[in-house]
Design a protein around this ligand. Structure first.
Ligand SMILES: *Cc1c(COP(=O)(O)O)cnc(C)c1O
Ligand code: SF4
Length: 352
């Protein structure tokens, strides 16, 4: 057996039970037992160290909450991913790109996860052999030019397996771009090692979209991880989820998005929370996100601005939720600017 790497040791020491929560965070509500037996718990020592007090923004993302079992509104598979599966672990929703789920494990089980019905459970055991059918599908469907590798977290797989998956995808001539979705730069930044980056950089054009939700996650370690990836020539994006009591405030989002930009991570999406069973207590009204975007647009660098998007229920796709700036269209276009001032622009040509 090769020696365990630092990140593997950290992961092994994760807390996973109600007794662990009691011991480390002083939780005292036996109802949490039932929550964990439905939706697994994993908080690794790195992320645990960032939690400062009960109910703080990192606590709310990581610690099992009895409210998870009181959700009667949301659905177990809100994005209809099972219906849209073209092959095992492969979701084909849009014509030119697919989502390939390669791993069921994560460095932390986020309480708001869209795939909380399956992450960390038996339902998501994925073997390299079971991915064969997905590769065959991609070979037979050359209209697919981009593969989005996700999970669970792809970067929790061993280096060699990541290299094999990437090499397999790269051997399909019609695949132009590979995109990896991974939360480890945020939840277990030690996983980003020079050796891993050495493997990833052999498969350009490769993009990574990571996932930070709060400025307190932008630590020295996270910065180091993102720098290693960026120095490997990997463009970095961030898919943040808007969550009640975590980041539903203008000051927090400003700090998060400008901080990400300093770490060479471009905010890509700010997601309206999905309609995921067990997460209703973390959702916000759509007007909250739209108003927050109004407070950001024009007030911080355009480079730091994500698109606020709603992933429509039942696999209907991502819909941008944009504040309304247009007042009316006629001979002149009338609109407000970022300060709320009314402006006009004389039209040219005929309307279409
Ligand atoms: C989100 C998603 C994508 C990628 O969409 P982009 O807008 O290109 O980021 C692809 N496939 C599925 C199934 C998705 O849910
Ligand atoms: S890291 Fe991503 S896939 Fe894993 S639990 Fe968190 S949100 Fe879900």
């Amino acid at each position: 057996m090769p020696a365990m790497e630092t990140w593997q040791n950290i992961l092994r020491d994760s807390i996973t039970t109600y007794d662990d929560l009691k011991k480390h965070l002083g939780c005292d509500n036996p109802a949490i037992h039932d929550v964990i037996s439905t939706y697994p718990l994993r908080i690794n020592p790195y992320y645990l160290g960032l939690i400062k007090k009960p109910g703080d923004p990192l606590w709310r993302q990581a610690v099992a909450d009895p409210d998870e079992l009181c959700d009667t509104v949301c659905q177990s598979d809100p994005l209809g991913e099972e219906k849209l599966s073209a092959a095992p672990h492969l979701v084909h929703k849009y014509p030119d790109r697919v989502l390939l789920l390669v791993n069921g494990q994560c460095a932390m089980y986020c309480r708001f996860c869209t795939r909380k019905r399956m992450v960390g459970t038996e339902r998501m055991t994925i073997s390299p052999k079971s991915l064969r059918k997905a590769y065959d599908y991609l070979r037979n469907n050359p209209q697919v030019r981009e593969v989005l590798i996700s999970g669970g977290d792809p970067l929790l797989l061993p280096d060699e397996m990541i290299g094999d998956i990437l090499a397999e995808l790269r051997s399909i001539p019609s695949i132009e771009v590979i995109r990896i979705g991974s939360r480890v730069p945020c939840t277990l930044p030690m996983r980003i090692t020079p050796r891993l980056v050495g493997i990833l950089r052999q498969h350009h054009p490769l993009y990574i979209n990571t996932h930070f939700n709060h400025p307190l996650e932008l630590t020295e370690e996270a910065h180091r991880a993102c720098s290693l990836l960026a120095d490997g020539g990997i463009p970095l994006g961030c898919q943040t989820v808007l969550l009640k009591g975590v980041n539903d405030s203008l000051e927090i989002l400003k700090e998060l998005f400008t901080g990400l930009l300093r770490m060479r991570v471009k905010p890509y999406y700010l997601f309206q929370a999905d309609l995921t069973r067990g997460t209703d207590h973390l959702r916000t009204h759509s007007s909250v996100g739209i108003n927050l975007m109004r407070g950001l647009l024009g007030h911080i660098s355009g480079m730091a601005l994500p698109t606020l998007a709603l992933d429509a229920p039942n696999g209907k796709g991502k819909i941008p939720l944009t504040p309304q700036y247009i007042i009316q269209q006629g001979e002149k276009l009338e609109f407000t600017n970022y300060l709320g001032e009314i402006c006009t622009y004389p039209e040219a040509g005929d309307p279409i």
